[in-house]
Write a protein that binds this ligand. Structure first.
Ligand SMILES: Cc1cc2nc3c(=O)[nH]c(=O)nc-3n(C[C@H](O)[C@H](O)[C@H](O)COP(=O)(O)OP(=O)(O)OC[C@H]3O[C@@H](n4cnc5c(N)ncnc54)[C@H](O)[C@@H]3O)c2cc1C
Length: 397
């Protein structure tokens, strides 16, 4: 069992990318010399969204704050070997900048893409709008008859190595003195408006100055330990690795069809998924794959859009869970108004890998300085849950 002190300045519940990003930004902040503990219940990470993710990142959001969050994510990933260096460079996360391609085939979709592109460009993103001719020229493998407009990110969008990222964060944080233990938080001691300590499954108890809830799909049960509500629930997302006899030529982006079905290259194969038509909360331990989604939604949509995908063979599949925010499918981040030393980092709704650098940085600033310094994340705070005012983001996958 790991050496454990009786108290820590910051206790982080959950050691996935989000908890580890908070630990990383605390560990690398020269204004902070507190003690940090990360408690992770399963070091295999086999059920963590971090490990089950499709690991993609995009600038193409509709809300400027989400665009800026991801822009920082891209910069962080690109500079990771330097930023996560210890006595050796941090890992190269192999960011494959093939871009995302959204398409629209009706006026409403066209208006949304145009509006979003303006927002993204105003933030400094390289989004380009493509007309029907451009799309036929650049992506000749797709049936484009109905497409009026496309929106494409030629730089700063793509996919990267999720587990290399997690390991690099952990390694760098530990090198600066952050303690990681394998144990489970089963209770939080609350006295009036403060969390005083955490109780672990092993029976140990640790006093905490600040507690960060980075427990992924278990974030709601951790919040409940502090008698706090969180509108976050696990929602299943199934991913399918498929082989196609006929390969697509050129630089293939992460393509999102008008049906919501998406795919991207994965080595010599392709990775595909969709937003399920029926999308209830699921048991957080149920990782069964929704094979009917492939048969009924994904394959028909892909075969219709991409003639070469008429004959697809599923060679692997898995399911993971989004920590889905039922208010507005956006992250809830920052201090609880009721218990200010309890910080949320929950409800990423499928964006947490790319958002973890900015959220980790922001929470570290909140802990060290009592305020956000680089990017104001307060529009994503818990207050909007109290006010029942959704944070609007239209570009959801
Ligand atoms: C299929 C799928 C595809 C995705 N694709 C993308 C994508 O393309 N791009 C993107 O940006 N995001 C994507 N996401 C979302 C992204 O993976 C998650 O938002 C992100 O990994 C969340 O990280 P996390 O650290 O909050 O959660 P997790 O990785 O789930 O980590 C939480 C950790 O907390 C631990 N824990 C829970 N309760 C306790 C407790 N009581 N005590 C101790 N430890 C505890 C768990 O064991 C777990 O390891 C995808 C998710 C899924 C499921």
């Amino acid at each position: 069992m790991s050496e454990l002190a009786s108290s820590y300045d910051v206790v982080i519940v959950g050691g996935g990318v989000v908890g580890s990003a908070v630990a990383f930004f605390l560990a690398t902040n020269s204004d902070f010399d507190g003690r940090v503990l990360v408690i992770e219940k399963d070091w295999t990470y086999r059920k963590a969204a971090t490990a089950l993710s499709s690991s993609s990142i995009r600038h193409q959001f509709s809300n400027a704050l989400n665009v800026r969050i991801s822009m920082f994510g891209v910069e962080f990933i690109q500079n990771f070997p330097t930023l996560a260096a210890t006595d050796v460079p941090g890992p190269d996360l192999n960011l494959t900048e093939n871009g995302y391609l959204f398409i629209a085939n009706d006026q409403r979709g066209v208006d949304i893409l145009r509006r979003n592109a303006r927002t993204q460009q105003a933030c400094g993103a390289d989004t380009v709008l493509l007309d029907n001719d451009d799309i036929r020229r650049q992506f000749p493998w797709m049936t484009a008859d109905d497409i009026v407009l496309g929106s494409y990110g030629p730089r700063g969008e793509g996919w990267f190595d999720n587990m290399g990222y997690l390991n690099g964060l952990r390694h760098r944080a530990r090198a600066s003195g952050v303690t990681y233990i394998e144990d489970e938080v089963v209770g939080l001691g609350r006295s009036a408006d403060r969390i005083t300590h955490v109780t672990l499954r092993s029976g140990r108890s640790v006093a905490a100055g600040t507690v960060v809830n980075a427990a992924g799909t278990r974030g709601t049960s951790v919040a409940r330990m502090a008698a706090l509500d969180l509108p976050v629930e696990p929602r299943r997302r199934s991913l399918f690795v498929v082989d196609s006899r006929e390969k697509l030529d050129g630089k293939i982006p992460l393509f999102i069809d008008t049906t919501g079905v998406f795919f991207r290259p994965e080595g010599r194969y392709y990775l595909a998924g969709t937003v399920p038509e029926h999308d209830p909360a699921v048991d957080p331990d149920d990782f069964s794959v929704a094979h009917d989604e492939f048969e009924e939604q994904i394959w028909p949509a892909l075969a219709e859009r991409i003639p070469a995908f008429e004959a697809l063979k599923v060679i692997n599949s898995w399911a993971g869970h989004y920590d889905y925010c039922t208010l507005d499918h956006n992250v809830i981040v920052g201090p609880s108004p009721e218990v200010p030393n309890f910080l949320f980092a929950n409800g990423f709704s499928g964006h947490g890998l790319q958002q973890s650098p900015a959220i980790g940085r922001g929470l570290a600033e909140m802990i060290v300085y009592g305020a956000y310094r680089s990017l104001d994340l307060s529009p994503l705070g818990y207050q909007r849950v109290i006010d029942k005012k959704p944070f609007i983001e239209e570009a959801v996958i």
